[in-house]
Ligand binder design. Structure first.
Ligand SMILES: Nc1nc2c(ncn2[C@@H]2O[C@H](COP(=O)(O)OP(=O)(O)O)[C@@H](O)[C@H]2O)c(=O)[nH]1
Ligand SMILES: [Mg+2]
Length: 263
């Protein structure tokens, strides 16, 4: 029996995930408690299927939203509830079996050592990964690194991460964005702007074929437009924030040089 954490929670946003969701939840529960899954207006019967699983998995809680709010919208619902229950950190992971549940303890342990940081998965792809997705993320990573003045984000899009809840609530609450596939990249950029340090750890990612139960809701046209719009918004805000970001980045270097010149 796994000891139940009172500070760190696994949170799985889920929308019509296919059969892999049951193994995903079982695997997460084998490595952590508690595990919450947010069923985001799914129409595939997974709400009932997951509710039934709670009988055998005591660490599992199923939160059902009546209509689809998008990945970020579901995460926001989850973290608001988690904060109200006393949790301070969430590990987010996909509901479709692509993320490595066996890395949960490691990510949580690093988060407990560095509670002010966000722990970001760096995807380790195998031969199952479509080249278009692998190469495509380079562009988003380049923009995210520019927008944060190279604060240390290895991957802007990967959803296997531990977030400090209060910081994430702060960046999400006062704006309508980050509710869909713009959630993961915008979260890292805004959290960096807020002074949250990224710590990167490798994590395996699997792409399942349709016959194996693989499901993707990523729409190349719709979601690339969404991501381009997101980076445009972030770039405009970046130019406004640039003096502060430069000051923050250069001050420690200037201080160090000043100290060594006095020795
Ligand atoms: N709550 C919620 N989660 C979503 C939605 N779309 C995607 N997700 C989550 O985001 C993960 C990644 O989305 P997915 O469709 O698998 O895209 P891909 O892995 O990038 O091809 C999924 O496994 C879900 O956990 C949504 O509309 N609502
Ligand atoms: Mg997926």
């Amino acid at each position: 029996m796994i000891e139940r954490s009172s500070s760190h929670l696994v949170l799985i946003p889920s929308y019509n995930p296919g059969i892999k969701v049951y193994d995903t939840v079982r695997a997460a529960c084998a490595h952590w408690a508690p595990v919450w899954i947010v069923v985001d207006g799914s129409t595939d019967g997974s709400a009932e299927g997951l509710q039934a699983l709670t009988a055998e998995l005591p660490g599992l809680r199923v939160i059902v939203l009546s209509s689809n709010r998008g990945k970020g919208g579901a995460v926001l619902q989850g973290i608001d509830l988690a904060a109200a229950t006393g949790f301070t950190h969430v590990l987010t992971m996909d509901s479709d079996g692509q993320h490595p549940a066996d890395q949960i303890e490691k990510f949580m342990a690093v988060s407990m050592q560095h509670p002010d940081a966000m722990i970001l998965g760096t995807p380790v792809f195998d031969a199952s990964a479509p080249q278009l997705r692998v190469q495509g993320r380079r562009l988003s990573n380049a923009w995210a690194n520019l927008e944060t003045l190279w604060a240390g984000i290895d991957d802007s899009l990967f959803g296997f991460r531990v977030y400090p809840i209060a910081a994430l609530q702060r960046v999400m609450r006062h704006q309508p964005w980050m509710r869909h596939f713009d959630f993961d990249p915008e979260a890292v950029v805004r959290l960096c702007w807020d002074g949250v340090t990224p710590i990167n750890l490798p994590a395996q990612v699997r792409y399942y074929r349709r016959e194996e139960g693989g499901v993707s809701h990523f729409n190349y046209v719709r979601d690339n437009i969404l991501l381009t719009w997101m980076h445009l918004r972030l770039l405009v805000e970046f130019t406004v924030r640039l003096p502060v970001l430069l000051y923050r980045r250069l001050m420690p270097i200037c201080r160090l040089q000043f100290k060594s010149s006095r020795r």
